[in-house]
Every structure is written in structure tokens, then in C-alpha cells.
Write a protein that binds this ligand. Sequence first.
Ligand code: SF4
Ligand code: SF4
Length: 158
Amino acid sequence: MSYLSEIYNGIKTLLTGMSVTGKYFLNSRKGAITQQYPDNRDTLKMFERFRGEVVMPHDEKNEHQCTGCQKCEIACPNGTIEIIWDRAIDEDTGKKKKKIDKHIYHLGMCTMCGLCIEACPTDAIKWAQNYENSVYDRTQLTRVLNKPGSKVKAGIED
Ligand code: SF4
Ligand code: SF4
């Protein structure tokens, strides 16, 4: 009897496992994510949660939202971010205000943990979805996130 019940349990377990696999197979067909890379390189768009590298968006006036508060630099666990900053006269208030000279990001050291983005009080940095970051020379993985001649948007305070 126990021999037969073992066979029964074995078949039942097998069918349970196959039903899970079958459901996944049928449902995954609706949103298939297999990509014909690199043939589709020109049209491939990564999914929203993808973490390619940290970037600093600028608007059409070459303005960003970074105040130079250094919270991202402090939050980064492995020194991937370096903020070089200075003080300059604020055009609106006439007072001296901190501003970034260079917001340096070493992509080659980044673990994509996202702590810097979470720490930023002004949403000045975010994830980019680029995925082809291989280079022969690792110095090319060091980026200056603020563009030349850029400045912080008026009214952005940390
Ligand atoms: S994602 Fe993590 S490792 Fe990369 S720069 Fe931000 S805090 Fe540092
Ligand atoms: S990116 Fe954000 S957290 Fe980092 S210095 Fe600029 S404002 Fe501060």
C-alpha cells in the first residue's frame, strides 16, 4: 500500500510542478522579453527599472537640479561620487551660495545600489537605461555629470 501511495504522491507532485511550469509558459508568452540582441540594437529599449548608470538630467537651458549638497557623495558606500564645489554669488539673492564645479561619477566602481539617488533631496540624479558601457580604457568610465557651462535651476534648494 505504501508503495502505491508513494507512486500516487510522486505523480501528484510531478503534475503540480508541471502545472506551475505550464502556467508560466502560457502567461510569459503574452509579455515575452527575449530580445534579438544585438540585431535589435537600434530599437532595444530597456525596462523601466533597469540601472545602466547614474546621470544628471539637464533641461533645454542647460540647467540641472544639483545644489552641490554632497548628500549623494556621503551616501555612496564606496566613494564612487566626488563633488568638487565652490561658492559663488547667487544672482537672485546677492549672497554667496554653494555650487558644483564638477560632479564626478566613476561608473567602473558603481555597484548600482541606488543609495545616492535616494539620498538626493532635489532629484538631481537618476538612472539612465543605457547598457553598452564596455570600454578598453577604464578612465573612460569616469564621467562628469554636470555639463560644461551648466548651472542649477533657479529656486532649487536642498
Ligand atoms: S549607485 Fe551606489 S555605488 Fe553607485 S554611485 Fe550611487 S551610491 Fe555609489
Ligand atoms: S546630486 Fe543631489 S545629493 Fe548629490 S550633490 Fe547634487 S543635489 Fe546633492
